[in-house]
Write a protein that binds this ligand. Sequence first.
Ligand SMILES: Cc1cc2nc3c(=O)[nH]c(=O)nc-3n(C[C@H](O)[C@H](O)[C@H](O)COP(=O)(O)O)c2cc1C
Length: 428
Amino acid sequence: MIKMQLSQKQTGTIRAHAASRKLCVRVRAADARTKGLTDPAVKLVNGAVTEGPDLSVEVNGLKLPNPFVIGSGPPGTNYQVMKKAFDEGWGGVICKTLSLDSSKVVNVTPRYAKLLDSKGEVFGWENFELISDRPFETMLAELKRLKEEYPDRVLIASIMEEYSREAWQEIIGRCEEVGVDAFEINFSCPHGLPERKMGMAMGQDCDVLGEVCGWINAAASVPVWAKMTPNITDITQPALVAAQQGCEGIAAINTIRSVMGINLSTLRPEPCVEGYSTPGGYSYRAVKPIALEKVMSISRLLQQQGFRDAGVSLSGIGGVETGGDAAEFILLGCDTVQVCTGVMVHGYPMVQHLCGGLQAFMSQHGFACIPEFRGAALPYFTTHGDLVVRQKAALAQRKAGKVGLASDTAWTGDGFVAEAESMVSNRG
Ligand SMILES: Cc1cc2nc3c(=O)[nH]c(=O)nc-3n(C[C@H](O)[C@H](O)[C@H](O)COP(=O)(O)O)c2cc1C
């Protein structure tokens, strides 16, 4: 009962209506749990830190005061929330995915489900939310207003359309008219939209993806990032196609197709809508190791194929909630780091903690700016076969460097004195 009230009303309202002190105590405990950010918060002015290591980044010619970008989803659904993101200091905002005809977008509720760890903290999050259900014209007007009020901040339009060249050209032209700085193409939503051959359905088919990226890049005059789905055997294949077709950046990952669970009382799947469910997309802390692997694979491929040197950027997404998480993505070569579910759990001010945590990591290692460590971990991935070779060589070297003789058979006449000396422990 209390849980339900918490999710439906503001804390203040609950406090006002609380009949007992016990309820107030439980409300505060819930607040503390959701605010469990461990990084120190730093002051941000227009998104920039005022002291310590420099967090600013430049990506595809866009200047961001810090690398933290709101990932497409609920935290970028309307003017009010995107304004909040800029005011709290996010380096950039990617709006909720837009399409030309929002009347085809019909959401259901509930559409989220959480996986909690043993301490009751959120560990994984499933959603089967669709793209924006708000009229395209309304969203355009709000994006325009945001760009007018925050001309120096980076605003990226996430877009998705059906397999139609005209539709892609129209959505790109109309978004550019209101001044967006770049596009992120949603080739990756794993639920609902693939039923209309959109989102992940396009991102999994390299032929269609290549053709659509060609249309998009012929129409767009601002940078285009292609957002990849992890729901594919080899994520590097569509990433390569997108880069070959002229996309300026790759973003990864979108959510992982999932079933959150089966309710053992009702025997029905969750989230449950009128007794039925459908697979959704999994995000938050639990997906970070999977996201890191996908990002590492894309980063290595882009580097090997010369796309990194040619300026193709990389935006890392998946389970980020600390500055250390972000540092890991940057160490794999990311230019920016996106956060979606983290904002739904911790709120917009979390960016001040993310910046504080990232600065703490940088200070610990003596890094003055982000390019000093971007991609630094990437050369240390190799094949398992190579690990075996390296370990054999290291063992042989350690053996060779060992002092003393392995057995009495090893004593020699000419080297006798040196051999005896090598086994003395108190040689000054
Ligand atoms: C409720 C919800 C809605 C989302 N909607 C979109 C969307 O409209 N477009 C999109 O590209 N990604 C969408 N995503 C995916 C996120 O942008 C992100 O790729 C994914 O959740 C992994 O990052 P995270 O762990 O920081 O959330 C959504 C995610 C969630 C949780």
